[in-house]
Design a protein around this ligand. Structure first.
Ligand code: CP
Ligand code: NVA
Length: 313
């Protein structure tokens, strides 16, 4: 079996396809057990710090419930509770938390902060979202796709909207690792960073996946799954006006689903959703069952990451 003990989880770039698949299978197993009322104790005696510079519903609750289910103790540290990067350097806070906690989750702005926490704390650090990446979300999305389609390889996933945000980036990385044909349908102004595309094309050489970046609906046909995210990510609220103008033609509505989807196309959204903007109420409600499976799967997959990297398996 796979040994991920002691590893941090900062981006899926650091994980092989086999390791990602192992985490998905572990999550599936933990989910089945939880449905039977069986939880574990692999985090017994472990204390984990949950640092949040930005708000959260799913990620915070998934780490909290996942940790408690496995017998561990989670401690929430909100942005006004600690002085991270303001009155105390990230390096110093990391060294303190590393003396007291067995694992650290971080959600915030800079990818550099989560990297520093990992470097200076000496304990596993899990990325609960940064401006650049949201790797735990991808595990939940991929578990959901496996539940829907059986396997990931060869699926066609079309991401519609802000092609430069953390979700576009991390879906591109995850898809390239797992052999998914990934399309970004987005206005040119919001196309994904070219350097990341080149990096992911290297993963695709191994996995057989592909990347298409286009502003043309006609080039995004036959999707197995359509995915969108908010037009303004946390911290970008001031950009609302220009984003709405840019992205209005890229709303996921019934017409777009008809054009780029097939009979069994699923619609995914990491949530929270702003209905009437990136997705219509109609499309959202038509796919609500899978969307909330996806939200539930945040818990099972995050639990799997903690158990695999920190737990007594
Ligand atoms: N999808 C997601 O990360 O949700 P939260 O912001 O509520 O954690
Ligand atoms: N792109 C969104 C994702 C939320 C889960 C944000 O960063 O706000």
């Amino acid at each position: 079996s796979m040994n991920l003990k002691g590893r941090s989880f900062l981006t899926l770039k650091d994980y092989t396809p086999e390791e990602i698949d192992y985490l998905l299978e572990l999550a599936k197993d933990l989910k089945t057990k939880k449905k039977q009322g069986v939880t574990g104790n692999s985090l017994k005696g472990k204390n984990i710090a949950l640092i949040f510079e930005k708000p959260s519903t799913r990620t915070r609750c998934a780490f909290t419930v996942g940790c408690v289910d496995e017998g561990g103790h989670p401690e929430y540290l909100g942005k006004d509770d600690i002085q991270l990067g303001h009155k105390e350097s990230v390096e110093d806070t990391a060294r303190v938390l590393g003396r007291m906690f067995d694992g650290i989750e971080f959600r915030g702005f800079k990818q550099e902060t989560v990297e520093k926490l990992a470097k200076y704390s000496g304990v596993p650090v899990w990325n609960g979202l940064t401006d650049l990446d949201h790797p735990t979300q991808i595990l939940a999305d991929f578990l959901t796709l496996k539940e829907q389609f059986g396997s990931l390889k060869g699926l066609k996933l079309v991401y519609v909207g802000d092609g430069r945000n953390n979700m576009a980036n991390s879906l591109m990385i995850g898809s390239a690792k797992m052999g998914i044909h990934f399309t970004v349908l987005s206005p040119k102004e919001l196309w994904t960073d070219q350097e990341l595309i080149l990096e992911c094309q290297e993963y695709n050489k191994v996995s057989g996946g592909s990347i298409t970046v286009t502003d043309t609906v006609d080039e995004a046909k036959e999707a197995d799954a359509v995915y969108t995210d908010v037009w303004c990510s946390m911290g970008e609220e001031a950009l609302a006006g220009e984003r709405i103008a840019l992205l209005k033609p890229y709303q996921v509505n019934a017409e777009l689903m008809k054009k780029i989807g097939k009979e069994n196309t699923v619609f995914l959204h990491c949530l929270p959703a702003v209905k009437g903007y990136e997705v219509t109420e109609e499309v959202f409600e038509a796919h609500a069952e899978v969307i909330f499976d996806e939200a539930e799967n945040r818990m099972h997959t995050i639990k799997a990451v903690m158990v695999a990297t920190l737990g007594n398996l």
